[in-house]
Write a protein that binds this ligand. Structure first.
Ligand code: UT7
Length: 332
């Protein structure tokens, strides 16, 4: 029997127009462009402004662009996964809302939450359905409106995050391309360092939780930084090592964009020079589930069929992992 591989056949992204610069943040909280640039690498980020606008709107734009690029009708999509920590509502799933907005009527869709590692978890989940032969067109979306859960009076978190969305299409291929290997980890004890205190079943919303500003991202930067540096670097190096690859075999490293210093440490540990690392943190900040697909979208014209690509992420949970895949198409 021929082996079915799962390959990415198209990628598209969306970022809102509004640019929130470090200079504008200097006027909002006690910070400086110099601090933000040297500690994180971020110069600006995009914000989805306006009432009644949510994650699904950005996700739907990315998916519409994806289908247009591939010359596909919405009715051809079999399955849609939306990876997000900022769903439009607690339920139904944002994936359902995106499907409705795009006119995807014949698919089953659901959300996946693995914080900043969500997109790579979603990519593997979708790929397994393609590899099994069950589905032929699977869309994986990474989308977050982080501005909806960021406290713009907290200088430790508000400088980091931004809004955006990206999407990829997974299809079957008999060629030796696409997903090759992956390694994922979870350590739930890390949740104390990065979470949202209220709004869940343990602490439902109340006047008290609102007064205590508990519906925003809570992050202890230093422990998260320490875990992220060690684990993102180690898991990428591990996937490379296990598959008898070397840094020079990797065409592109695609790291989650949380902090320039974490990205550099991961590249160093994996033996990959920075000119082969996708970095757009300076423009978009940390868009959580959207960082990796936004990188793939921006670098799509530079990737060639057969290129070895390493995707890697670290996030709340803690969750972390890396994927090795072979890119499946040349730039058009
Ligand atoms: O994507 C999900 C996973 N998340 C991450 O990977 C994020 C990991 N963490 C980080 O990227 C970094 O820890 C941060 C960027 C969040 C913070 O950078 P840091 O170098 O770890 O700074 P710090 O928290 O150790 O703070 C150093 C100093 C403190 O002042 P004192 O106590 O030394 O006087 C902070 O109060 O910097 C201060 N500080 C700021 N100063 C100016 C914290 N935030 C700011 C700010 N502007 N925005």
């Amino acid at each position: 029997m021929t082996k079915i591989n799962s390959v990415i056949t198209a990628v598209h992204g969306y970022v809102p127009d509004y640019v929130l610069t470090n200079q504008e943040l200097e006027a909002m909280v006690d910070t400086t462009d110099e601090w933000i640039t040297t500690r994180t690498g971020i110069k600006e980020r995009r914000i989805l402004k306006g009432e009644g606008r949510g994650t699904s709107e950005m996700g739907a734009e990315a998916v519409k662009g994806l289908l247009k690029k591939r010359g596909m009708e919405p009715s051809e999509v079999d399955m849609l996964i939306c990876c997000t920590v900022t769903p439009d509502m607690k339920f139904p799933a944002t994936a359902n809302i995106i499907s409705d907005q795009v006119g995807i009527l014949n698919a089953f869709s659901f959300d996946l939450n693995a914080a900043c590692s969500g997109f790579i978890y979603g990519l593997i989940t979708g790929s397994m359905y393609v590899r099994s032969g069950l589905y032929k067109k699977v869309v994986v979306v990474g989308a977050d409106k982080m501005s909806s859960i960021v406290d713009y009076s907290d200088r430790q978190t508000c400088v980091i995050f931004g809004d955006g969305a990206g999407a990829v299409l997974l299809e079957p291929s008999e060629e030796d391309l696409g997903l090759r290997d992956h390694e994922f980890h979870t350590d739930g004890s890390g949740r104390i360092h990065l979470h949202m205190k209220a709004g869940g079943s343990v602490k439902p919303p109340s006047y008290e939780t609102i007064d205590a500003r508990e519906h925003f991202v809570y992050q202890e930067g230093q422990p998260v930084f320490k875990f992220a540096v060690t684990n993102m670097a180690e898991v990428s190096a591990s996937v490379i090592r296990k598959n008898n690859l070397k840094g020079e075999d990797i065409a592109w490293l695609v790291p989650h964009q949380a902090n320039m210093r974490i990205i550099e440490a991961t590249a160093r540990r994996s033996g990959i020079p920075m000119d082969r690392v996708m970095v757009n943190i300076q423009k978009y900040g940390n868009t959580t589930n959207a960082t990796i697909p936004l990188c793939l979208w921006e670098w799509e014209h530079k990737m060639n069929k057969g290129d070895n690509i390493i995707l890697t992420a670290f996030g709340g949970g803690f969750t972390w992992g890396a994927i090795w895949l072979k890119w499946a198409y040349n730039p058009s």
